[in-house]
Design a protein around this ligand. Structure first.
Ligand SMILES: NC(=O)C1=CN([C@@H]2O[C@H](COP(=O)(O)OP(=O)(O)OC[C@H]3O[C@@H](n4cnc5c(N)ncnc54)[C@H](OP(=O)(O)O)[C@@H]3O)[C@@H](O)[C@H]2O)C=CC1
Ligand SMILES: CC(=O)N[C@@H](CCC(=O)OP(=O)(O)O)C(=O)O
Length: 341
């Protein structure tokens, strides 16, 4: 298999996880080309020194001729680049795309939130949502979710599916800076980010809003309205999403719904009553940690979700989907053990 975007954060995390995958040791998986754009020709070790076993691999340019020599290709590229490449790759090349190009099913929503031509939609890589795991088994094309939609959708899906909340939800989510990728951005320089927390994309304008709404509407079987506010925090990794919706059920009923929905899910960790997650406990792991309660006075369900944006929020989700696509055990190479402190 090949990784395009190998010099980026998501591509680097895919490589870190693949290096820990049993398939690499027993010969079921083989790491072929590692591709980049501006960094093509560089040693991977000079860009991602933590990927020690691959330090001397030289990054190749990203082109179709190289990628098509592989059975499976991970794309971890800026929006738009995946659709262009995918159009030229044969159906025999499985593609796991970390970008947004194939996530939205509605061309009108695509035009509104991303602009340009809608390239289509692929099976959506969030196996924990009802009905999706079966579509991912053996899939030749997979669209890995955005990081915020992973946290928010898993936090709210059981409640909207069971109809215990009104179909209008609110998501306020704090993200680490790696969520923005490696490219230099003026608002993401160290001195701008350190020691300060700020909201951005406020007022229903962040492009993950329609993705969260698409997921929740599908599981609810009725349109769900989403108010989403992202917040940037001075930490490298992690997302903490606080999700609320009007409810009339009590805390025991709400928690029973979540326990039922996620009983068999290897990567969803439902915390005990009155315990809420922290990003620090899921770093480097593929875990989604959920704290569920009801604010009875306000009549609100409150679910707090923590993920590592680069692991379950991107690369871990991508490897989980690869496992399903290739018929491996879904959990292979993925840990629920975090790195702390
Ligand atoms: N970071 C995150 O938490 C998440 C990211 N994603 C998605 O994953 C994808 C990658 O994100 P991320 O790793 O953060 O971004 P980065 O900016 O860190 O990395 C981008 C990568 O793409 C390469 N690249 C840039 N332009 C092109 C091009 N035109 N053709 C081929 N390769 C190109 C870069 O190569 P070079 O360095 O050589 O220029 C680099 O390897 C994006 O679609 C993003 O939305 C999804 C969920 C979460
Ligand atoms: C902190 C930060 O900037 N996060 C990114 C989301 C990263 C992600 O999941 O994005 P894609 O949909 O692009 O794959 C943002 O808000 O644009």
């Amino acid at each position: 298999m090949a990784v395009a975007g190998a010099s980026g954060y998501a591509g680097g995390e895919i490589l870190r996880l693949l290096l820990l995958h049993p398939g690499l040791r027993d010969g079921r998986l083989e790491l072929g080309s590692l591709c980049a754009a501006g960094n093509a020709g560089e040693r991977l070790g000079s860009i991602s020194p933590h990927l020690v076993p691959l330090a001397d691999r030289v990054l190749e340019p990203t082109d179709v001729a190289t990628l098509r020599q592989h059975d499976l290709v991970f794309l971890a590229l800026p929006h738009g680049a995946s659709a262009e490449l995918a159009a030229e790759l044969p159906p025999s090349t499985r593609i796991v795309d970390c970008g947004a190009d194939f996530r939205l099913t509605d061309p009108t929503a695509w035009a509104r939130w991303y602009g340009g031509v809608h390239a289509g939609s692929w099976p959506y890589g969030l196996p924990e949502l009802p009905g999706l795991r079966a579509r991912l088994r053996g899939a030749g094309r997979i669209a890995v979710p955005g990081c915020y939609p992973t946290a928010a959708s898993l936090a709210l899906a059981p409640a909207v599916a069971a109809g215990i909340v009104a179909p209008r939800v609110s998501v306020v989510a704090v993200s680490g800076t790696s969520g923005a990728g490696k490219a230099l951005k003026p608002n993401l320089l160290g001195s701008e980010v350190m020691g300060s927390v700020g909201a951005y994309g406020v007022g229903g304008v962040h492009r993950h809003t329609p993705e969260i709404a698409q997921n929740l509407s599908a599981v609810a079987g009725t349109p769900v309205t989403v108010s989403f506010t992202p917040i940037l925090a001075p930490m490298p990794r992690g997302i903490l999403a606080t999700c609320t919706a009007v409810t009339t059920v009590d805390v025991d009923e709400a928690r029973a719904v979540y326990a039922d929905a996620y009983r068999a899910e290897p990567f969803v960790h439902l915390l005990p009553a009155n315990v809420f997650p922290q990003t620090g406990s899921v770093l480097g792991s593929n875990t989604v940690s959920l704290g569920v309660t009801v604010d009875a006075d306000a009549g609100q369900l409150v679910v707090v979700a923590a993920i590592d944006n680069l692991t379950k929020g991107t690369a871990g989700g991508a490897v989980q989907c690869m496992n399903l696509a290739l018929g491996f055990d879904e959990t292979e190479g993925l840990s629920t053990v975090g790195v702390a402190p």
